[in-house]
Design a protein around this ligand. Structure first.
Ligand SMILES: NC(=O)c1ccc[n+]([C@@H]2O[C@H](COP(=O)([O-])OP(=O)(O)OC[C@H]3O[C@@H](n4cnc5c(N)ncnc54)[C@H](OP(=O)(O)O)[C@@H]3O)[C@@H](O)[C@H]2O)c1
Length: 270
């Protein structure tokens, strides 16, 4: 069992700690750092995990998970540099920050794994993509897979694909929320009460997501099964095509990728 220190227990850090506990990790194997003592005390009372300062947390840990906002990284790296033991695995959840930034700020040879998670981690259904830095081995990647497997699914990608991952699954939940919002509006236009429209759409989204995950069929096949000749679904699909929804989604995700590249460059030049 790896002893894990989470630096920055905000939304994502807390979700990871809760997921690890739910997966059977002992509170004694976990610790976290937090800037606000009240939040630290609140987390300790709810989860039973003790808070520590960076030096104490890093000294005991075999894996240090960095979960502060990317703009807060500089002081954390500075503290970590003197506190970390040689060979301790550093796992970054910080969107857009390259492994090279960590390797440059930490002792020579520190293994770093970069992760792009997403917010469904809050309900144990994250999609996380992980990439090895220069000194991270297959074993380090396996450790991170096991850790993040407690809060969802994990895939390995080369670091060069992390901007695409950010655009697709990092921001992905927001696209689904946006679609659901629009579909609830449609229900209201058609005269349904908001709560009923929301129920209909949220359960439909949940059911469709389960079918997508559990069926071996391509999404096209699943859609065709609902699209009968001269029926209601094809009337709706024609409108979606006429309004260029498919092209809009492709352009939107490309724009998110471009923005991720821009933010990564800005982070490197800071
Ligand atoms: N939320 C998402 O959708 C999402 C998705 C993918 C990746 N991520 C990545 O996950 C990371 C965490 O995101 P989040 O949404 O969980 O952010 P968050 O809720 O703001 O959590 C970050 C926490 O770290 C604390 N912190 C900052 N500097 C610290 C320091 N020096 N020592 C100890 N604690 C410190 C912050 O305290 P303060 O409240 O004082 O700032 C805050 O509680 C980010 O790097 C983000 O890019 C997030």
């Amino acid at each position: 069992m790896t002893r894990i220190a989470v630096l920055g227990a905000g939304k994502i850090g807390e979700a990871l700690l809760a997921g690890l506990l739910a997966a059977g990790r002992s509170v004694d194997d976990l610790t976290f750092t937090e800037r606000h003592p009240e939040r630290a005390a609140d987390l300790t009372s709810r989860l039973g995990v003790a808070a520590a300062d960076v030096t104490t947390a890093a000294a005991k840990a075999e894996a240090v998970v960095v979960a502060v906002k990317p703009q807060d990284i500089a002081p954390v790296l500075a503290e970590l540099k003197s506190a970390i033991r040689p060979g301790t695995l550093v796992v970054s959840l910080c969107a857009g920050l390259p492994t090279a930034l960590f390797e440059g700020g930490l002792p020579e040879g520190t293994p770093v794994v970069r992760v792009m998670p997403n917010t469904p981690m809050l309900v144990g259904e994250a999609m996380s993509a992980i990439s090895a830095g220069t000194h991270a081995t297959d074993e380090h990647l396996a450790t991170v897979e096991e850790m993040l497997g407690a809060v969802g699914r994990v895939v390995r990608v080369p670091e060069s694909q992390q901007d695409a991952v950010t655009a697709l699954s990092g921001s992905g939940p927001a696209y689904f929320f946006y679609l659901v919002e629009a579909m609830i509006d449609a229900g209201i236009l058609l005269g349904l009460p908001r709560a009923v429209a929301a129920d209909l759409i949220v359960q439909s989204a949940f059911g469709a997501a389960r079918m997508l995950r559990e069926s071996a069929d391509h999404p096209v096949i699943l859609r065709e099964a609902v699209t009968s000749p001269a029926g209601t679904t094809i009337a709706a699909i024609r409108e979606l095509e006429r309004h260029g929804v498919r092209a809009a989604l492709i352009d939107a995700i490309e724009a998110a990728r471009d923005r991720s590249v821009e933010l990564g460059r800005a982070a490197e030049s800071r």
